[in-house]
Design a protein around this ligand. Structure first.
Ligand code: SAM
Length: 309
């Protein structure tokens, strides 16, 4: 299958990262290599990219697409949380630019057998990294009702979280919930018919995917000290696709840009913190109308960026 994914907000990303020759960049979510391709083109003849992705299909597709750049591209199948160690192993130390373009690629959604879509019948999988053992089937069939309800409420912002969790529990007592269609139909029975153009199972599927891939934990872990990956004047750009991710990015960037993080009203600063970055986007940037016309999947994208002092 061809790996199809159009890079989101590519022009804005390049304007912010300003790729240049002799510089080094980290693309923590390589995907099909669309953004990395542009970075490599703009940083010709000798700019370098370390591309990370935990999905073996993404890694294979990007290697093939970017073959012409030879050893200017280094690819590792890894979680972006491991970026610091990989940069050290490579002897790169710090980089001039970091990009995270979070979430799923179009390839994930379109590959029915990966189990991300409720439009096709498939095993409940939803793992982006198939070396991991926890998949959606295990979450749905073995997590407690209260844990399921928490996942649906917190990660899906699903108002009928508890009813759906109870319905899942009733169904699985009769036999394992085996596939995406079965789950989507069950959710539709509880959560009602389509809300406008949105399928009633959309929130449930989003929540399960976030839980299976520990998406928020990975982002949070990365954001703890990711400014340290940047050289002075280096820039970081993060594109997120739902409010939970965007909130983590906003909070981290705000913290890094403050000169003190003591609790409010503390008379004397004791935190020892110092400003690490300046904000390049006081509000998130959104995709242009022109982009949305030819790539509707970009519609929930929010881009934030900082520059290391
Ligand atoms: C939206 S796609 C990136 C598309 C890419 N920018 C392009 O232009 O083709 C997101 C990619 O990030 C990967 N990904 C998500 N979370 C990850 C993580 N914690 N570590 C490594 N890769 C991750 C997914 O497997 C997916 O391939």
């Amino acid at each position: 299958m061809v790996y199809a994914h159009a890079p989101v907000m590519a022009q804005e990303v390049m304007e912010l990262l300003r790729p240049e020759a002799q510089r080094k960049y980290l693309d923590g979510t390589l995907g099909g290599g669309g953004h990395s391709e542009k970075i490599l083109e703009l940083s010709s003849p000798d700019g370098m990219v370390l591309g990370l992705d935990w999905d073996e299909e993404a890694v294979a597709a990007a290697r093939q697409r970017l073959e012409r750049f030879g050893d200017r591209l280094v690819v590792r199948r890894a979680n972006f949380r491991e970026a610091r160690g990989i940069l050290q192993q490579l002897g790169w130390g710090r980089v001039d630019g970091v990009l995270l373009d979070l979430g799923l690629s179009s390839h994930h959604v379109e590959s029915a057998e990966r189990g991300f879509s409720f439009h096709a019948q498939a095993r409940l999988d939803m793992r982006m990294d198939r070396r991991r053992t926890l998949d959606a089937s295990e979450v749905v069939n073995s997590f407690s009702v209260s844990e399921l309800a928490r996942i649906l409420r917190e990660y899906g912002e699903e108002p009928r979280a508890r009813q759906i969790a109870l319905a899942i529990d009733a169904q699985r007592k009769r036999g394992r919930i085996a596939n995406t269609k079965e789950l989507a139909q069950l959710v539709a029975r509880v959560a009602g018919r389509k809300r406008g153009r949105i399928h009633p199972a959309t929130k449930t599927f989003q929540a399960l995917r976030i839980a299976v891939n520990r998406e928020l934990e990975n982002l949070e872990g990365f954001l703890e000290d990711a400014y340290e990956l940047l050289r002075s004047n280096g820039r970081m750009v993060v594109i997120s696709f739902h409010s939970l991710e965007d909130r983590l990015v906003k909070q981290a960037f705000r913290k890094w840009s403050r000169s003190c993080i003591c609790p409010p009203k503390t008379p004397i600063c004791r935190c020892g913190w110092s400003q690490q970055v300046k904000l390049l986007t006081s509000r998130p940037r959104l995709p242009s109308h022109a982009e949305l016309e030819h790539n509707p999947r970009a519609r929930s994208a929010k881009l934030r960026a900082v520059e290391r002092l």
